[in-house]
Design a protein around this ligand. Structure first.
Ligand code: R5P
Length: 292
């Protein structure tokens, strides 16, 4: 059997520990010192003894700090193993996967070059914003879906006559998959985003079939909450019942959580790709399964 070591980056220690346990791997804790000027100093608390090293590090804010920590861990791991898997449960920069406005840098392309250069042989991400981003990576890669885990959580709530809603057309397939797991219907709203200001707008007109029904808004991520808030405000105007939100990555920047609740959302449920108040769905099992 191949010996595996899981190195926990500071942003994903708990998840890394769970993954290591599930795949019977050596767990390597790291210690992080953040200097006053913002530099990270990482110390491995054990020497990895493995033919395959796995680094787990989400790159939520501070994005660049967490990213440099991931890069450092991978680069250092090259002395222990030739096979290095990088698990980035939440991947920052995933929305910068193409040139939306002339002159924009496709940062995902930059990351792809960096990861390859420092020795990543295998990349695993969870519900990446779009598969276009992964196309830039010329290494073995896998996008794992947390949708069945999130749907399983909602199954247990036994909500009646529920409708799954995607806040935009881009998330239609995701909502469909979620709805299939619950054996319920789904719809997708139409959202417009101003590429310069980032402001969003729901451009649907009347939606009669949401009247009185409880809804689950499904999205890959919540950052500022703008998309979910606009969708919730629109759906409340259509006289829907309760609104729940299910998302894989809840960044909830600043007061996003409070603003989302104020817009009429009863509960936000997310996964532990980003630890926080709402991250109650554990996806370690799904990631572990992807490793075999
Ligand atoms: C956009 O297409 C994504 O799926 C999310 O809806 C979006 O990135 C969330 O960002 P925010 O919470 O800032 O609207």
């Amino acid at each position: 059997m191949t010996k595996i070591a899981v190195i926990a980056g500071n942003s994903s220690e708990d998840l890394a520990k769970k993954i290591a346990k599930k795949i019977h791997a050596q767990f390597v804790k790291t210690e992080l010192k953040l200097f006053p000027d913002g530099e990270s100093k990482i110390t491995l608390k054990k020497i990895p003894k493995a033919e395959h090293v796995i680094v787990v590090q989400s790159t939520y804010p501070p994005v660049d700090t967490n990213l440099i920590q991931a890069l450092s861990l991978i680069s250092h791991s090259q002395q222990f193993s030739k096979k290095i898997t990088l698990i980035i449960p939440y991947m920052g920069y995933a929305r910068q996967d193409r040139e939306f406005l002339p002159g924009e840098i496709i940062t995902m392309r930059v990351l792809a070059k960096l990861f390859k250069a420092i020795g990543v042989t295998n990349l695993i991400v969870v519900d990446i914003h779009s598969l276009i981003g992964l196309k830039h990576f010329k290494i073995t890669k896998q996008n794992v879906s947390a949708i069945p885990d999130l749907a399983m959580y909602f199954k247990k709530l036994k909500l009646k006559d529920v409708l799954v809603v995607s806040p935009d057309q881009g998330g239609k397939e995701r909502a469909k998959k979620f709805a299939e797991n619950l054996k319920v219907e789904h719809i997708a709203l139409s959202k417009k985003r101003d590429r310069k200001t980032g402001k969003v707008q729901i451009i649907n007109s009347k939606l009669n079939h949401v009247v009185g029904r409880d809804l689950i808004l499904v999205d890959d991520m919540i950052s500022t909450g703008g998309s979910i808030i606009k969708a919730a405000e629109f759906l409340k105007k259509q006289k829907c019942g309760k609104i729940y939100v299910a998302c894989t990555h809840a960044l909830l920047i600043n007061d996003a959580e409070a603003r989302i609740k104020k817009a009429g959302v009863t509960r936000i449920i997310s996964t532990n790709t980003i630890p926080g108040n709402t991250s109650i769905v554990d996806i370690s099992n799904t990631i572990a399964k992807a490793m075999v």
